[in-house]
Ligand binder design. Structure first.
Ligand code: PLP
Length: 450
């Protein structure tokens, strides 16, 4: 009876979902035929659908469940904080102990003078805040012409009106009217598909020269900021050539342009560091954006870290409008911040960065054994952020024509064998919980080979 009741509940959920939910990135045609998969439970790096089928969660939900699913300690922290005070606003002079403690922890983890945080509920919102903050800063500095933003082809920065415009994945913009003339794009550091005849060092020179030319063409006095993911995620897990970020950052300093590092995916252990900008890429950004792993996905949370210098300018007393008129109901949400704090404590005390540093190279190496397969064009990424690019012709790197179809087929075959990976265009992406161990890595690679 219990099993029957559960099956009925699942069926009802499936029907209600089909009737009422507009899914992010829905393929409506396919959805009309198949509906959705209802997931019900998770433990470490395993996830169970409502029928009880178990899968290796090769994507940590959506690059976010870093500490793993089903943690009782995080659940206990949530319950405790919810009973005490789930929420109070943080507008003007109000605050809470979790919000203030998390702010101090984020300042401790962030490089340079990124000592100030503006809280939100996710990555898109945190990127919107960064761009608004950049404009506000230059307005106060008496440089109101500095407004343009430079982003990159294939960048993913989110889905709000502004963050979607920052996103350089052209196919996602079809059908939407985004903010025109504000964001300008330079080439993605797509090493695998770099212009023929260039080695990596030359490709780096090419990208840096292109960025400088773009700045000059736009007029440096009109460029406010440059935004970059350390490793592009949804755009194809693109690892830039060595020195690229440092040199981009130096260009930004040369032309008085703010450097915004979008660490929504890369922070909190995925690459073996709590924050990567400085430790891995030698950049001290003016702003740093965090979300996802900040709470291991247990609750929506995002943060925009801001340097002392920016803070000093935006916090000057002003006659015209004494308020920094930007804020969300859930900025500094007490329960969310308590989860963030607990999550950081877990990641540090349980040595997740060390674990990823130890097993990341093994994961990369094992995945690369698939390079002998006829459709595998490139395997790239770093540590627990990896990807396979499928091609029809390895020599010419030519695709299949219907790029989405091939990655989706691989996704379905892997899922039938108990592994969830993420198909994006011609790519299959892996970004598992950081609990992934040798057994999980081996099983993942075995399934992918089969
Ligand atoms: N920035 C990066 C690098 C991301 O990968 C994402 C989401 O995948 C975002 C921003 C947007 O975050 P959210 O979906 O939480 O708004």
């Amino acid at each position: 009876v219990t099993q029957e009741a559960t099956q009925n509940q699942t069926k009802q959920a499936w029907e209600k979902d089909k009737a009422h939910i507009i899914h992010p990135y829905a393929n409506f045609e396919k959805f009309a035929e198949e509906g959705s998969v209802i997931y019900a439970e998770g433990h470490q790096h395993w996830i169970y659908d409502a029928d009880g089928n178990r899968y290796l969660d090769g994507i940590a939900g959506l690059w976010c469940v870093n500490a793993g699913h089903g943690r009782e300690d995080i659940a206990a922290t949530m319950a405790e904080q919810a009973k005490k005070m789930a929420y109070y606003n943080t507008f003007e002079d109000a605050s809470s102990i979790p919000a203030s403690e998390l702010a101090a922890e984020l300042a401790r983890l962030s490089p340079g003078s990124l000592n100030h945080v503006f809280f939100g509920t996710g990555g898109s919102m945190a990127n919107d805040t960064a761009i608004k903050m950049a404009h506000y800063y230059f307005n106060l500095k008496g440089m109101p012409k500095k407004k343009k933003v430079i982003s990159r082809d294939l960048a993913y920065h989110g889905s709000t009106f502004l963050a979607h415009t920052l996103t350089g994945i052209a196919s996602t913009q079809i059908g939407f009217d985004l903010v025109k003339d504000l964001v300008h794009y330079v080439s993605a550091p797509y090493t695998y598909r770099r212009p023929e005849g260039m080695d990596e060092a030359q490709f780096c020179d090419f990208l840096i020269q292109e960025l400088e030319e773009k700045i000059i063409a736009l007029n440096p006095e009109e460029v406010a900021c440059f935004i970059a993911e350390p490793i592009l995620g949804a755009g194809g897990v693109l690892v830039p050539p060595k020195g690229y970020h440092k040199r981009s950052w130096e260009l930004c300093k040369k032309y008085d342009i703010l450097y915004i590092s979008d660490e929504v995916v890369t922070a909190f252990g995925r690459l073996g560091h709590m924050v990567t900008s400085k430790d891995m890429f030698e950049v001290e950004p003016d702003m740093l954006v965090m979300a996802k792993g900040i709470s291991s996905g247990y609750i929506p949370l995002g943060a925009t870290m801001v340097s002392d210098e920016i803070y000093e300018v935006i916090s000057q007393p002003k006659k015209a409008n004494p308020y920094f008129s930007h804020g969300f109901t859930y900025s500094g949400h007490a329960l969310a911040c308590a989860v963030g704090l607990k999550n950081i404590q877990i990641l540090e005390e349980e040595g997740f960065c060390q674990h990823v540093q130890q097993w990341g190279p093994y994961f990369e190496q094992q995945l690369k054994t698939l390079e002998d397969l006829p459709i595998v064009g490139d395997i790239r990424g770093s540590h627990y952020m990896l990807c396979i690019e499928n091609v029809a012709n390895k020599a010419t790197k030519e695709g299949f024509g219907d790029e989405v179809a091939i990655a989706k087929r691989i996704y379905h075959h892997a899922k039938n064998r108990g592994l969830i990976i993420r198909p994006i265009g011609p790519l299959n992406v892996l970004s598992p919980p950081l609990t992934y161990d040798k057994a999980a890595i081996d099983e993942t690679v075995d399934i992918l080979r089969s």
